[in-house]
Structure formats: structure tokens, C-alpha cells
Design a protein. Structure first.
Length: 568
């Protein structure tokens, strides 16, 4: 089309709009109702929700502003039956109506905003409420990860047309559908990456433009009650997603980076900690020890392992088991991730001076029977916690060490007197989480030569510790395949692998003479408790997990020294 033709069409369009506005002004004077040009103002999506799109088009009206219980409505004419009916329905909902006359042109512009309405409603500050109907619609759209990825791509490619809120809700709903623990939104040079952590492993879900990301970032900050204009410091916040009459808390972490702020949304599902001890993958003999130890009136139970190894879930399972009306339990956490009925839970605030140490001291003044201390981080906290376990309290806590034996040298590093560890500490536990093979598609195979050597050594070690464990299979393992049931991943869900060291006279003697980790481990061999490698190999041989998955989580072969390859 020639430039003159384009100019002519533009002039005709402007003329038609001018005529439409002039007609609306004439009708405004006739009906004595204020005139408004909707193309010059912002239309509120909250107001749009008052009248469904189909009904708004039928009645030739639109709700464009909502102030308290006052709805501002624009329409072509106040006299049609459909318009009168639509206005009456608004009034029946408890709203007063402020009516305006507008042109058909500006009405079309306002109707165009309907595509930006999201599936959710913000019912109060920091709560996105996705209705059951809409959640079911989401679930219907993505039967598996591939269809979810395709839908996210469709939205990111057309985010300006479909609305940023809708994109955020799809990303959230998809994470909940796939039982992801975290959503990672990571700006890179040319695009922004979206990843889910599913069963402890990150999975790519799609990419969005930096332009879309900036809108999503602002939206997340807004609902998480974070500062919008702060871009160079880390921020933490939270919001809640209401789905199917259940509220899931989302923890927001924003971290500045080279290409923009990295955003991680951690999904805290209260149902995820309602796993009884019997279903956590704890070997029967060790489970009986746990039941015995958590019933003791005093002493310390330590759970060790890296971040994300399930320590909190185990501690909550312990507390749920012994939570009785006659028992007072106080927790000091950072942060309080899940809420337990009948338990006094308190969250530390470093900036306000309420540390783990201050929380522990305050808790001791409340006459508790059981104290759960989220983590032992420093010398003073370690010593107060150990002394508390000697003065009639049962103390649960966590440490960051690689194995159960490592908990004792770590306590000594924190200046705890080795002579009291044997009396104060009841048991040190270490754990990891491994993904479970999908039972619908796992594939059987023979062990490789290297794997057979690892299995033979481990089975021999198990037999020396426990005569009661009889392994029917020592030559077959299973590998992941991927099917519709497991979203094509080959794994579905996770299970724990555990080890523990019980305190006793022999262990106490080793601690006072030598706090070496290896000596402590050797002294514990007679206790008959499997270590994580042995527990994991049993789960590999019975088809619960794969050899590759176990090796991803723990070290199966120890190398004494590193020998570099010869350079050719």
C-alpha cells in the first residue's frame, strides 16, 4: 500500500472516531449522563470482573473503575433492556452505579482488556486465589510436562496479548501440578530461563523475553510485599496461593545478578510434611530405634545433611508422632515453613535481635518438654542446646555435616565439651533424598562389572552387620525410561536413605579420646545400623531407585588420591 493510501486510511479512521465521540457527547446531553472517552483512561481489570465479557458485549456496557463499593459503568445507552438488566445485577451485588455514556469505538477498546483478566482473584494482600474450576481447567490443559512447556511457550510468545498475571498463574499452577518444590526464573544474556525443581532435580520449562520478565518480576515483588525500586540488594518475601480450598505458601527470594534479578519461588505444601515415619523409607530396625529415642524425656536428637535433604520433614514427623495434649513443644525456626496444630512455633528475626540463641533462651523460660531448634549455627547456641538436653528437655535440631559420624567433630568444633556429648546426645542421624523409579516404565538390566564390584562389597558389609537381612537379588538393577505416568522423567516421588549413630559407653569413650570421624564410625559398626550407602544399595536392588540416582546423591566409590590423566 502506498504511503498516501496509508495516510488517507489513518485520516478516515480518525474521522470515524471523532464522529463516534461527537455522537456519544450528543447522547450524553440528551440523557443528562456524563460522557467519557475510554481510550484516554486506564481500565481496571478488577472492575472488568464485575460483568462477564459475554454479558458486557450483549448489554453494550463495561465496568471500567471500581472505588470501594462504587462501580463506574460506561455504555452506549441507558434505555435498552439488556443495559438495564446488567445495571440491576450490579446493584443486587451491593454496588452503587455511576453511569457514563461512551462511544462504540472506546467501548471496543475497553472490551479488549478482557483478555488480560487472569484466572485468579486477589482476595487479600499477598493472596492469589485460583478457583477450583480454573485449576481444573489448568490441569486439563497440561496432561504432561511437554504440553505444559508448549503452553508456557505460547504465553511467553504472546505475553502482551494474554496478560502477565495469567502467565504467572500458569507457571505456578504447572509447578503445583508437577509437585515441584521450587520455581527458578533466571535472567541470561539473550533471554530469561524458567526452571522447576522436580524431585530435587532442575528441569527446563521455557524461556521468556527480558521485557516480559520485567513485568513478571514487578508482579512477583508486588504480591510478595517487596520493594519494586530496589534492584541491587537481595530481598525475601512471601505470598499465598489458594487452590482447591487449600492455601500454599510461596517463599520469594530475589537476588541481583549480571542480567537482572534471579527469582526463586519456593512452594511450601503443608501436605508434604504429613508423611508418617513409616512411609519415609526408614529401614525397619532403624525405625524402631527412632520410635524409642523420640519417646525419651530428655537428650538431643540431631539430624544432619545438606540443604534440601529432608531434615525438616523428618523433624516434623518426629514432632507429629509425639505431639500430645499433655506435651508442650516449642520450635525456633528460620523461617516457620509449616504449621503444626498444638505446637508453639516461633520464627527468628536476626535484624530485630531475635536469634536462635535468644529464641532458645526464651523457650526455656516457657517450661517446654520438647524444643525443636531449626539449626545449630554457632558456639553459644550449641552449648545452650546441649545443656538444655541435660536438664530435662528433649531437643531436636539440625547440623550441616556429610554423615552421622561427622556431627560429633562438628559439635567439638563449636566448642562443646567432648565429655558431655556422650551424655547429652542421644542419636545423630544423617539422610539424603533419592528419586523413586516410576514403577510403570522402569527397565530391568544386569549390573555392569564396576557396579557388581560396588554391590558385592556393600552386600558383604551388610551381611557382617545384620544376619536378618536377606537379599533375594544381587545382580539386577532397574533404569528410568519415562512415560505418561511420570511426565516422561522416569522417576516419580522421592524416598529417604538414612544412617545413624547411637550414643553409648563405647562411642563416648572414643569421643573423649579421639574425635576422629573414622574412629567414631568404626566404633558404631556393632550397633547394626546400616549406613547410607548400604541403605541405598538395598533400595537399588529392590527397584526403588536406580544406581545412577544413588550415585548422584552419595559417593559410592572412595578414591584415595587424584591421579591426573597423562597429556598426549
Amino acid at each position: 500500500m502506498a504511503l498516501t493510501d496509508q495516510n488517507q486510511d489513518q485520516k478516515l479512521s480518525e474521522l470515524h472516531k471523532q464522529e463516534a465521540e461527537e455522537l456519544a457527547q450528543i447522547l450524553s446531553q440528551k440523557y443528562k449522563i456524563p460522557y467519557i472517552d475510554l481510550s484516554t483512561i486506564s481500565t481496571s481489570t478488577e472492575a472488568l470482573r464485575l460483568i462477564p465479557e459475554a454479558k458486557a458485549r450483549e448489554a453494550n456496557v463495561v465496568a471500567f473503575r471500581l472505588i470501594g463499593k462504587k462501580a463506574h459503568i460506561a455504555g452506549l445507552s441507558p434505555e435498552t433492556v439488556e443495559t438495564k438488566k446488567a445495571l440491576e445485577e450490579i446493584k443486587e451485588k451491593g454496588y452503587s452505579v455511576e453511569l457514563y455514556i461512551c462511544s462504540e469505538t472506546s467501548l471496543e477498546i475497553a472490551w479488549g482488556r478482557y483478555k488480560e483478566i487472569s484466572y485468579s482473584v486477589e482476595t487479600r494482600a499477598g493472596l492469589i486465589d485460583i478457583s477450583q474450576e480454573n485449576m481444573e481447567a489448568f490441569m486439563e490443559k497440561f496432561k504432561d510436562i511437554s504440553s505444559l512447556k508448549a503452553y508456557i511457550k505460547e504465553l511467553t510468545d504472546n505475553s502482551q496479548d494474554r496478560g502477565v498475571s495469567l502467565l504467572l498463574e500458569v507457571v505456578l499452577a504447572g509447578a503445583i501440578k508437577t509437585k515441584s518444590s521450587d520455581i527458578h526464573i533466571e535472567p541470561q544474556d539473550d533471554a530469561v530461563r524458567i526452571r522447576y525443581r522436580i524431585d530435587g532435580v532442575l528441569q527446563d520449562m521455557g524461556f521468556m523475553s527480558h521485557k516480559t520478565y520485567k513485568l513478571i518480576d514487578s508482579r512477583i515483588k508486588l504480591i510478595s510485599n517487596l520493594k519494586l525500586n530496589t534492584l541491587k540488594t537481595a530481598q525475601d518475601g512471601r505470598f499465598t496461593v489458594g487452590i482447591n480450598n487449600k492455601e500454599l505458601e510461596i517463599r520469594t527470594s530475589v537476588l541481583p545478578g549480571s542480567y537482572g534479578e534471579s527469582v526463586v519461588l519456593r512452594i511450601l505444601d503443608p501436605d508434604s510434611i504429613k508423611i508418617p515415619l513409616e512411609e519415609m523409607g526408614i529401614e525397619k530396625y532403624l525405625l524402631e530405634i527412632f520410635f524409642r529415642e523420640i519417646k525419651k524425656p530428655n537428650g538431643m536428637i540431631l539430624v544432619t545433611g545438606p540443604t534440601g535433604s529432608g531434615k525438616t520433614t523428618t523433624l516434623y514427623a518426629f514432632m507429629s508422632r509425639i505431639n500430645k495434649p499433655e506435651t508442650k513443644i516449642i520450635t525456633i525456626e528460620d523461617p516457620v515453613e509449616y504449621h503444626l496444630t498444638g505446637v508453639a512455633q516461633t520464627q527468628i528475626n536476626e535484624e530485630g535481635g531475635y536469634t536462635f540463641l535468644e529464641g532458645l533462651r526464651a523457650a526455656l523460660r516457657q517450661d517446654p518438654d520438647i524444643i525443636m531448634l531449626g539449626e545449630i549455627r554457632d558456639e553459644e547456641t550449641a552449648n545452650v542446646a546441649m545443656n538444655s538436653s541435660l536438664t530435662g528437655h528433649l531437643v531436636f535440631s539440625t547440623l550441616h555435616t556429610n554423615n552421622a559420624a561427622g556431627a560429633i567433630p562438628r559439635l567439638i568444633d563449636l566448642k562443646v565439651n567432648p565429655k558431655i556429648i556422650g551424655s547429652a546426645l542421644n542419636i545423630a542421624i544423617a539422610q539424603r533424598l533419592v528419586r523413586k523409579l516410576c514403577p510403570f516404565c522402569r527397565k530391568e538390566r544386569q549390573l555392569s562389572e564396576r557396579e557388581q564390584e560396588i554391590v558385592s562389597k556393600t552386600v558383604s558389609s551388610i551381611n557382617q552387620k545384620r544376619a536378618d537381612i536377606k537379599l533375594a537379588n544381587t545382580s539386577l538393577v532397574w533404569d528410568p525410561v519415562g512415560c505418561e505416568e511420570c511426565n516422561g522423567l522416569g522417576y516419580k516421588g522421592r524416598i529417604g536413605i538414612f544412617e545413624a549413630i547411637l550414643m553409648g559407653e563405647e562411642i563416648g569413650k572414643v569421643i573423649t579420646e579421639n574425635s576422629n570421624e573414622e574412629d567414631i564410625k568404626k566404633a558404631s559398626q556393632k550397633q547394626g545400623i546400616l549406613d547410607m550407602k548400604e541403605d541405598g544399595i538395598i533400595k537399588v536392588l529392590d527397584g526403588t531407585t536406580s544406581m545412577k540416582e544413588l550415585e548422584r546423591v552419595i559417593e559410592l566409590e572412595k578414591t584415595d588420591e587424584f591421579v591426573p590423566e597423562k597429556q598426549s
